[in-house]
Design a protein around this ligand. Structure first.
Ligand SMILES: C[S@@+](CC[C@H](N)C(=O)[O-])C[C@H]1O[C@@H](n2cnc3c(N)ncnc32)[C@H](O)[C@@H]1O
Length: 253
């Protein structure tokens, strides 16, 4: 099996207990994306069960989503009602789309689920192809080495309750820039393991990869309130546009 099929199998298994709430409120995310997107339409990579796509669609923006997992997207389809959200199973590292989008976004560290530089590069190239003139790619991820993404191996206690304990067991490989982890839940019925591998990118590397793919950094924020990013903040929201489009910044819209 390749990485895409592995991800599909993992997320199919996790879908019933995927905890959207742990990622924080989606409304500010949708508000900020709507501001960046103008009128859309938008393309979400790794749309999942629609945590962000549904509130964005409620703001009148048509969203198409790509995802690996039929179980995650089945939940989205169940929840979307009449909202303009469409979804298809496709690898975000190797997609082509018939339309061009003013907004492509990948949030909640989903970009790091592409676990090699080649797959990340390939994703950025696909994005550059799929953006409309003046369109924007938005990537939200944790900053490597920050409190949100410590670069160390170890066992980290996540929560302890009367009937359960959750720990993350993490192995850091600085050469491949990967964090391989098991999210372990111990409870009355036994033990549950959830393997996750992430390849993190330092900001400078992400900008360089984007540049090789034909994209340039337009703005970088520290959160969905769209405050400018400053060193040592734990998360970044980076906005790229197609490099041939020189000119208007976000403030010009
Ligand atoms: C952390 S969840 C995020 C879901 C959603 N964006 C959200 O914010 O709730 C990551 C999603 O990415 C999907 N995914 C992982 N690898 C993928 C790939 N190579 N191509 C498309 N989707 C992928 C998973 O199936 C999962 O639904």
């Amino acid at each position: 099996m390749g990485e895409f099929e592995d991800q599909a199998a993992l997320w199919d298994e996790w879908a019933p207990s995927y905890n959207e709430a742990s990622l924080g409120p989606a409304k500010p995310v949708a508000e900020a994306l709507a501001k960046i997107a103008a009128d859309g339409p938008a393309l979400e990579l790794g749309i999942g069960a629609g945590r962000v796509a549904l509130p964005l669609a409620r703001r009148g923006i048509t969203v198409t989503g790509l995802d690996a997992s039929t179980e995650m997207t089945r939940r989205l389809v169940e929840r979307r009602g009449d909202l303009p959200v469409d979804v298809r199973i496709a690898d975000m590292a190797a997609f082509g789309v018939p339309d061009r989008y003013p907004l492509i976004y990948v949030v909640a560290g989903t970009f790091y689920l592409l676990t090699t530089r080649e797959r990340q590069m390939s994703c950025l190239r696909c994005c550059a192809q799929a953006l409309s003139d003046g369109g924007r790619l938005v990537i939200e991820a944790a900053v490597p080495g920050s409190s949100a993404l410590p670069l160390e191996s170890g066992v980290f206690v996540r929560s302890v309750g009367q009937d359960h304990a959750k720990v993350s067991v993490v192995a850091h490989d600085p050469v491949t820039q990967t964090l391989r982890s098991q999210e372990v839940r111990l409870h009355g019925e036994g033990l549950r393991l959830r393997p996750v591998t992430r390849r993190y990118t330092h900001l400078s590397e992400l900008d360089l990869m984007a540049s090789v793919a034909g994209l340039r950094l337009e703005a970088r924020y520290s959160g969905w309130t769209l405050d400018p990013y400053a060193a040592h903040q734990p998360r970044h929201i980076s906005v790229y546009s197609v490099a041939r489009e020189l000119g208007s910044g976000l403030g010009d819209r």
